[in-house]
Design a protein around this ligand. Sequence first.
Ligand code: AMP
Ligand code: ZN
Length: 468
Amino acid sequence: MHIYNSLSRTKEELRPIEPGHVKFYTCGPTVYNFAHIGNFRAYTFEDILRRVILYNGLRVTQVMNLTDIDDKTICGAQEKGVPLKSFTKPYIDAFFDDLKALNIQPAEHYPAATDHIPEMIALIAKLFERGLAYTSEDGSVYFSVDKLPGYGKLARLDRQNLRAGARVAQDEYEKESYGDFALWKAWDEGDGEVAWDSPWGRGRPGWHLECSAMSMHYLGETFDLHTGGIDNLFPHHENEIAQSEGATGKPFVTYWMHCAHLRVNGEKMSKSLGNFFTLRDLIEKGWSGREIRMVLINGHYRQPLNFTFDALEAARTALARIDECVDALEEYADGAAPADSVPVWASEARDAFTAAVNDDLNIPEAFAALFALVRGSNSALRDGKLSATDAAALLTLFDRMDSVLGVIRFGRAARTDAVPAEITALVEARAAARAAKEWAESDRLRDELAAKGWEVRDSKEGQKLKKL
Ligand code: AMP
Ligand code: ZN
């Protein structure tokens, strides 16, 4: 499997340090509000990455942090006059609900910054030992960027022409204003009760420090992969590298991956621009998590993706086509065991799918391969060329593709479940009539169901229901 490494700016083969086991860290949500679907573009990209690694038969240990200490969470808690943890809890709960609604596989660990303060303090102590940290007049601690020769290697900072400026206290800033950044921020009134004791006085960690400390705590001083949205590349990830490599003297991460933004009318979807939709907004408008997932994953992750309602419509249509084909195959296979092999056109689609996902997660190409399978299946069904075992083997192939895409099986149950109670009652009455060998009554019930728009078919496993 090949991935594009933002550090080398080339596609490279993914070779984990521990053979067969990929360890990766994904920068998670700042839990001061509901995540918007731009954020979920990053999380669905990471979900696809995880699933492709698994598709290749490797093991995964994934860590996604919850940023529950930063300017925004502290400000929110202060405004509401509640403790930090009570302020962030509902947003953390909502985040996990949203992950489920988008069929995003759970990571192995979800550490919150508030639970890892001792590790952060220990990391700062190491940076002091190595002469890379210093205390400023107000008691904050800063990282001295000029003391670390490799500083700027991820963002390719032009250090010849850009001179390190003044210190930067805030977490986010432009390359042009790079300078010494805060590791520990001394308490001020705006922080209210949010403060921890440290050898440098009361205060709180900087955002970059949180991710360095938590990633190394769970994954070791050197691990395989680290991801986020492209806006995380500088300064967040650059500073993570500086802190971690500065403290350990070892390489921090082998591969860095970043997804491009979800946009609205050409601009980044973001809270500050106010051009965002949360998942809840879209679900209230009648779109399903499955349709939204399809839109978010169906673009190459390194290309910006424009969010439109037309794209949601197109996803709905595409999913209906897939469903129709899978439904037909299921009906045809009728529970048969899968054949050992699939027809040539299907194995070509499978190989194209594998090549696409292993070529830096090319999901649009992977969907093209899936639709080749849909077209092939439809025409083979139409021509009566398939046996039940062939149909079952094709279904296995759909499932294998779905282990990466996560849009075929997910959400379909709801469709079949959506049989009205009245129809279920008629089907049950018909089962009772058949058990009692009352064939005339059974036929009458079949007609009644047909009049209500439902076809019932008898099979070895009992009655099968289909909406006409
Ligand atoms: P935040 O909660 O702001 O720290 O962002 C969480 C994640 O969402 C980060 O990886 C960001 O890079 C990513 N992100 C934020 N906005 C967008 C967007 N419009 N498109 C894609 N990713 C985004
Ligand atoms: Zn991070």
